[in-house]
Design a binder for this molecule. Structure first.
Ligand code: RB5
Length: 143
């Protein structure tokens, strides 16, 4: 089954979002773009909430949120029950956030990571499975 991914950004993440969405679509993934759709200034909490809520409702399996740093998006998304949003700027953290934390939203900072690194992070994050077992117990404790 094709992974259903939802992606969103504010104005500061718009360019990287466009590139990542295109990259994933070219790989055959099913990607829905929640916006923003231009570089006009907008508020990241609104986009984070829309994306996070759709994942919490099981409309999408995973989400990617991009702002200037990834930090605001992660803080906002993690307010929604069932969301485990991880700000990632290296490939090791991308892998661990899936294996140990079962992250369901990847947050990236356009002002922090370059396009090539962001694509590597996204690939690893999408392809890495949650390990379950002792980690599942800890996720249940968070919930
Ligand atoms: C927008 O200037 C910036 O604050 C936002 O994109 C994000 O980095 C917040 O965490």
């Amino acid at each position: 089954m094709t992974t259903k991914i939802i992606i969103g950004s504010d104005h500061a993440g718009y360019h990287l979002k466009t590139k990542i969405a295109e990259y994933l679509a070219n790989k055959g993934l099913n990607v829905y773009d929640e916006g923003t759709h231009n570089t006009d200034s907008c508020d990241y909490p609104l986009i984070a909430q829309k994306v996070a809520q759709k994942i919490a409702n099981n409309e999408y399996e995973k989400g990617i949120l991009i702002c200037g740093t990834g930090i605001g998006m992660s803080i906002a998304a993690n307010k929604i029950k069932g969301i485990r949003a991880a700000v990632v700027s290296d490939t090791c953290s991308a892998k661990m956030s899936r294996q140990h934390n079962n992250s369901n939203i990847l947050c990236l900072g356009e002002r922090i990571v370059g396009e090539s690194l962001a694509k590597d992070i996204v690939d690893i994050w999408i392809d890495t499975e949650f390990l379950g077992d002792r980690h599942a117990k800890r996720i249940a404790m968070i919930e």
